[in-house]
Design a protein. Sequence first.
Length: 131
Amino acid sequence: MNLGRMSKPETNPGAAEPIRDCPFCRIAAGAAPAQIVFQDEEIVAFRDIHPQAPTHILLIPRRHIDSLGVANSEDAVVLGRLMLAAAQIARQERPADGFRVVINTGAGAGQSVFHLHLHLLGGRRMAWPPG
Ligand code: AMP
C-alpha cells in the first residue's frame, strides 16, 4: 500500500457503476470537494465534514457498495485494504490513547450516507458501549 500517492483523479476508475447522486462517489471521482488524506486505486480517505473527534476520517472504496450489509466475497480484498489503510492513517495521525473504527450499517445503526465507509475516530476518550 503506497500512502504517498496523493494525486486527485478526474475519474473514478475503481467504480464499475458510480452513483451520480451519491456524495461519496462524487468525492471519489473528484467531482465534489473533500480534504483528502489518502487515496489509491481502490480507496479514498478524507476528513469528515462534521468531525466527532479531533481525528475523524472517512475511508471509502471507490467502487460503490451501499453498505457492509450487502458486501460479499468480491469485496473481501477492498474491505481488508480499508482496515489496513485506517490503521496506517492512524499511525500517521497519532491520536493519543488509541483510535476507533466504526462502520454504521443501516439507518437504525446511524448510517446516513449509503456508500460503505469506515469512520476512523481518535484524539479523545471513547465511551463504551457506543450510543
Ligand atoms: P454515517 O452516518 O455513518 O453514514 O456517516 C456519514 C458521515 O459522512 C457523517 O459523519 C457526515 O458528517 C459525513 N459526511 C457527509 N457528507 C460529507 C462530505 N461531503 N464530506 C465529508 N464528510 C461528509
